[in-house]
Design a protein around this ligand. Structure first.
Ligand code: SF4
Length: 194
C-alpha cells in the first residue's frame, strides 16, 4: 500500500457507518503529523475538540502532549504520525466499547501497514489493550519495549501514560507520572534515531 492509499482510506473513514458513532460525529479524526514519521503515536478516540477540528490531540490533553514532546525534542509535525483506535468521538468521551474497537480496527491496521513505523507509542490503556496483553497495567508496563507482536514483526511497541491522566497529576518530582513520561519520550526519541 502507498501514501495514495492513505487518502483513499481517509475518504472511506469519512463515509464510514460501521458502528453507531457515525450518527453523533461532526468530523472523523484520521491523523495528524507526517506520513514519513518513524514514530506512530496511537491514542484512544477523539474528544470534543478533536471532533470539532478533525485532528487528534488538539484539546487540553493534546496541548500537554505537545509540551512533553517539545521537552523531549520530538517534533510533532515531522517526527510523528498520530492516530487513534477510533476515528469518531464516543459520546461524553466514554471509553470505546469492544464492538466499536472491532469495527474500527481495520482502519488503524491499514494506517500502520502504509506508514510502516519503526516504533508505535501506545498512549494510554485503551491503545495498549489493542495490541498488548489486556491484563497489563499501563502504570506497570509504561516505558517498556515490546517486540515480536504477532502481525507486527519489526515494530517496537512502547506504552506511555495518557496526557489526560497527566492533567490530573501535577507533580514533576523524580518518579512522578510526569517525570516518567518525559523520560519515556526521551527514550523513544533515542530509540527512533538508532
Ligand atoms: S468509529 Fe470507526 S467504525 Fe465507527 S463509524 Fe467511525 S470510522 Fe466507522
Amino acid at each position: 500500500m502507498t501514501f495514495e492509499n492513505l487518502k483513499k482510506l481517509e475518504k472511506e473513514v469519512q463515509q464510514c457507518k460501521s458502528c453507531p458513532l457515525y450518527i453523533s460525529r461532526n468530523n472523523t479524526v484520521f491523523y495528524d503529523g507526517s506520513e514519513n514519521a518513524k514514530i506512530m503515536l496511537i491514542g484512544e478516540a477523539p474528544g470534543a475538540d478533536e471532533d470539532k477540528s478533525g485532528k487528534p490531540f488538539v484539546g487540553r490533553a493534546g496541548k500537554l502532549l505537545n509540551e512533553f514532546l517539545h521537552s523531549a525534542g520530538i517534533n510533532r509535525d515531522e517526527d510523528l504520525y498520530i492516530a487513534n483506535t477510533l476515528k469518531c468521538r464516543p459520546p461524553e468521551n466514554r471509553k470505546p466499547t469492544k464492538e466499536e474497537k472491532a469495527a474500527c480496527e481495520r482502519y488503524l491496521r491499514a494506517q500502520i501497514e502504509i506508514i510502516k513505523p519503526k516504533i508505535i507509542v501506545l498512549c494510554g490503556a485503551t491503545a495498549m489493550e489493542s495490541f498488548l496483553d489486556k491484563k497489563f497495567k499501563i502504570s506497570k508496563v509504561r516505558g517498556q519495549i515490546f517486540e515480536n507482536i504477532e502481525g507486527y514483526k519489526g515494530i517496537k511497541f512502547i506504552p506511555i501514560l495518557h496526557p489526560s491522566y497527566l492533567l490530573r497529576q501535577h507533580s514533576t518530582d523524580v518518579g512522578s507520572p510526569r517525570d516518567l513520561t518525559l523520560k519515556d519520550l526521551i527514550m523513544i526519541k533515542k530509540t527512533a534515531l538508532n
